[in-house]
Write a new protein. Structure first.
Length: 320
C-alpha cells in the first residue's frame, strides 16, 4: 500500500527516466543474444534496417494480429504475394538433379550471404543406366521368376548343361556371316526338364545365355516310374530319327545315346536303355527324346484303362 501511494506522487520525469533505462537494458540483452548467431557486419545491417521502421508502424501491425502486413510494397490486405510477384512463378530447381534436365542455380554461400561472388557447386549427378556386361545368375533368375512365376531360388538351383556349342557360318550377299549356336538342357532332377536353343552373332556367351533363358521357359514335367526310369517301352519317330527306349531294373544305369544321357541326368532318370536308328542328328535326337517322354502314358491312366489297381499293375506288394 505504501509503495502504491508513493508511486502516485512520483514525478513524471522520474517515470520517463526509468522507462528509458529499462528499454536500453532490453536492447542490450537483445543485442547480446543476436551476437551469438550473427557476425558483427550482419548485426550492423540489422540495426540499420530496424531504424528504418517507425515504432508507430510496428504497434499498428501488432494490433492487426496475424493479418497484419507491412505498408511497404503492396498495401492491399487481400493480395497474395506468392501470385502477384513474378519471381515466385519461376520453377523450383533443386540441386543434384540429373544431367541435361535443368541448369544448376547459383546457391549463395551460407557463411557469407551478403557476398554474391561466393557460389556453392554440387557435383553433377550421373544418369542411371543399365548395368553393363552379362547379367549374373541371380539377376537372370529374378527376371525369369517374373516371367514364369517360378521361385527365383528354384531357378538358381536348376541343373544346367550345354549339349551343343558350335560356330556356324551363313553365306549371304555380304559374305559369310559367322554366328554361334547353343543347345542347353535344364532340369531339377525330379521329373522336370526343358530344352532351349540360343543363337547370337555377338559371341558364344550370349548364345548360351539365350539358350538357358529359353530352356527355363520350356520346363515341362515328365512321368517317371519309381522316380528312376520310364514305364514300359517307347518306340518313337521324330523327323528322321527313330528311337527305341526301354525301362531298366534298379542299378542298371544309363546305357543310351550321349545326348540322351545328359537329358536323363537333368530329368532325374537313373535307369534306362535305348537305341537310336537312322539319323543321329543331336538336335533332333534331344527334341525327339523330350517329346517322347512327355507323350508317354502315366501308370494311373494305364491302370484306369485296364480296370486294375495301380498296385496290381506295378506288381509290388508290401506285407504289414
Amino acid at each position: 500500500m505504501f509503495r502504491s501511494v508513493v508511486s502516485l506522487f512520483t514525478p513524471a520525469r522520474g517515470l520517463a527516466g526509468s522507462a528509458r533505462s529499462l528499454n536500453q537494458s532490453k536492447q542490450a540483452q537483445h543485442l547480446e543474444f543476436l551476437q551469438k548467431f550473427y557476425t558483427p557486419e550482419l548485426l550492423q545491417s540489422i540495426k540499420v534496417a530496424e531504424t528504418a521502421i517507425s515504432p508507430a508502424d510496428v504497434m499498428a501491425m501488432k494490433k492487426r494480429g496475424f493479418r497484419g502486413k507491412s505498408k511497404i510494397g503492396v498495401t492491399d490486405l487481400d493480395s497474395d504475394y506468392s501470385k502477384s510477384d513474378p519471381k515466385w512463378e519461376e520453377p523450383i530447381v533443386y540441386p543434384n538433379q540429373g544431367v541435361g534436365r535443368t541448369p544448376y542455380p547459383q546457391i549463395p554461400q551460407i557463411q557469407g550471404p551478403d557476398r554474391t561472388d561466393l557460389v556453392l557447386r554440387f557435383p553433377q549427378a550421373k544418369a542411371k543406366g543399365k548395368r553393363q556386361g552379362n547379367p549374373t545368375t541371380r539377376e537372370m533368375a529374378a527376371d525369369l521368376a517374373k516371367l514364369t512365376g517360378l521361385d527365383a531360388r528354384y531357378i538358381e538351383k536348376l541343373y544346367v548343361r550345354p549339349i551343343i556349342m558350335k560356330r556356324v557360318s551363313c553365306q549371304t550377299g555380304k559374305g559369310k556371316i559367322a554366328s554361334f549356336f547353343v543347345l542347353t538342357v535344364v532340369g531339377d532332377g525330379n521329373g522336370t526338364v526343358g530344352l532351349g536353343i540360343g543363337k547370337s552373332r555377338e559371341g558364344v556367351r550370349v548364345a548360351a545365355r539365350k539358350a538357358h533363358w529359353n530352356a527355363v521357359k520350356n520346363l515341362t514335367p515328365i512321368p517317371r516310374y519309381d522316380n528312376r526310369t520310364i514305364l514300359g517301352e517307347i518306340e518313337y519317330k521324330y523327323h528322321a530319327v527313330k528311337m527305341f527306349i526301354k525301362s531298366a531294373p534298379v542299378g542298371f544305369g544309363l546305357r543310351v545315346n550321349p545326348n540322351i544321357f545328359e537329358i536323363c541326368q537333368a530329368a532325374g532318370i537313373k535307369d534306362l536303355r535305348g537305341k537310336i536308328y537312322k539319323s543321329r542328328n543331336p538336335v533332333l535326337v534331344c527334341q525327339g527324346f523330350v517329346e517322347a517322354l512327355t507323350k508317354q502314358r502315366r501308370i494311373e491312366d494305364l491302370a484306369a484303362g485296364r480296370g486294375k489297381k495301380i498296385v496290381d499293375l506295378r506288381k509290388v506288394y508290401y506285407s504289414a
